[in-house]
Design a protein around this ligand. Structure first.
Ligand SMILES: [Zn+2]
Ligand SMILES: [Zn+2]
Length: 93
């Protein structure tokens, strides 16, 4: 567990993270924590997906390709901004 102290007005607030600290967003100029990964298929990558690290603001949620059973949580599929533009507009990468 890691704890960070933030100055709030006259005092301090302590925010503790259990376990995982998110990496920084892969989008240039953005250094927000990135809990999402780009799921775009990239065959030359070992993992098979782009895996760009994405913050909440830069993760572009895609309609899930998986059939979702009633009552289950849909798998979230996110693309990085360049890949989202690619699938939407068919633009070359
Ligand atoms: Zn970002
Ligand atoms: Zn991507």
């Amino acid at each position: 567990m890691t704890c960070e102290t933030f100055k709030v007005g006259e005092g301090f607030a302590i925010v503790c993270n259990r376990g995982k600290r998110w990496p920084r967003c892969s989008v240039p100029g953005c250094d927000r924590p990135a809990p999402f990964l780009c799921d775009f298929s990239v065959s030359r990558k070992k993992s098979g997906t782009c895996d760009a690290k994405l913050c909440e603001g830069h993760a572009v949620a895609q309609p899930s390709h998986h059939r979702v059973e009633p009552g289950s949580t849909p798998d979230r599929v996110d693309f990085c901004p360049p890949h989202a533009r690619h699938v939407q507009g068919g633009l070359p990468l």
